[in-house]
Design a protein around this ligand. Structure first.
Ligand code: RUB
Length: 320
């Protein structure tokens, strides 16, 4: 039977109770971590622990197949299992627990670094326009709000209204918020100094995949000469796309958009993400610095190669 921490987390990801690339990846690893603590307590043998981890990885990978940060995090777990598997049971479990703790620490350090770098782009008195909810970008706003006053125009982000979460968190920081419908982004763009979002994926062809609407607002920003900066750590680069894997765009339940009974006969489409081409992106704010999308990709393509564990996760996630 799948450990409750795994099944509950997978269910919460599937039902969108856990959202945002970073949260999803972190919570998935945290679920495997708490399962490991239980197995340690029970004194479970290494071979069985490895089987349980593989099973957990399969369940979590399927919970949101189109989330590359999740796939990368799960590939990390499998890589660590392979690296440590020859150790005796007790030492193996402790070493794996420690390496999952390190994963969480590294994620936090990365986000802190991005917050420091990104807050430098926000000047006192700025008006920023944003879309959806990104914990990475919220880190930047939190850091900037310690020293500067600025206004954020927040789109509501249909159909799941992640903009509400962004607006509430900004208000708690004491930041002035202007809350608008998504289609008012063009109308308000002339007031903005900068457009900022997070990202789910940066592909090998330097496109930024993020919440649907991001690209449309980027076009409006381009029209008004408003620079567009994307807050994304290097783990958002999807190494699988280097080898021609095309990142699928998730289509969610049409009922999120409208009750299909109200529009009998109509095809209702609900893509969750879109891809912004690199010419519309001024820079990607990563923990290594701010780079143009092309520089970001060339930097990472030379560093990262697709590892066999990531291929395993892609197969598991998409039942290939
Ligand atoms: C969230 C979204 C976020 C990215 C980045 O979409 O598009 O901008 O996931 O978030 P959803 P983070 O709510 O559908 O998951 O910076 O937190 O990784």
């Amino acid at each position: 039977m799948v450990h409750p921490a795994i099944s509950e987390t997978a269910k919460a990801i599937k039902e969108l109770k856990i959202q945002g690339a970073r949260n999803i990846a972190e919570r998935a690893v945290a679920a495997i971590y708490s399962m490991l603590l239980d197995e340690k307590e029970k004194g479970t043998e290494k071979e069985e622990i490895i089987e349980r981890i593989k099973e957990a990885v399969g369940v979590l990978a399927k919970s949101r197949p189109t989330e590359p940060a999740l796939r990368s995090a799960l590939a990390y777990v499998l890589r660590e299992v392979t690296r440590l598997k020859d150790l005796p049971t007790g030492i193996f479990t402790d070493a794996l627990i420690e390496s999952l703790e390190k994963f969480a620490e590294r994620m936090d350090e990365t986000e802190k670094k991005i917050a420091e770098i990104g807050s430098g782009l926000i000047e006192d008195g700025y008006t920023i326009i944003t879309h959806c909810h990104s914990s990475t970008l919220m880190g930047i706003f939190r850091k900037a709000s310690e020293e500067k006053e600025f206004t954020v125009i927040v789109t509501e982000t249909r159909p799941k209204y992640q903009g509400k979460k962004t607006a509430k968190e900004l208000l708690e920081m004491g930041v002035k918020v202007v809350y608008i419908v998504d289609s008012a982004a063009y109308y308000f763009m002339k007031q903005a100094d900068i457009y900022m979002t997070g990202a789910d994926v940066i592909t090998a062809d330097a496109r930024v995949i993020n919440k649907v609407g991001t690209a449309l607002i980027a076009l409006a920003a381009h029209e008004f000469g408003v620079p567009f900066y994307v807050a994304a750590s290097t783990y958002k680069f999807d190494p699988a796309t280097v080898l021609g894997f095309s990142e699928p765009i998730e289509e969610r339940d049409p009922a999120e958009v409208i009750d299909p009974k109200e529009l009998k006969g109509a095809e209702i489409r609900n893509p969750a993400f879109d891809a912004t081409p690199p010419n519309l992106v001024s820079g990607i704010i990563s923990e290594k610095g701010v780079f143009s999308p092309y520089t970001f990709v060339s930097l990472l393509s030379s560093e990262k190669t697709i590892d066999p564990q990531l291929e395993t996760i892609i197969k598991l996630a998409f039942n290939r």
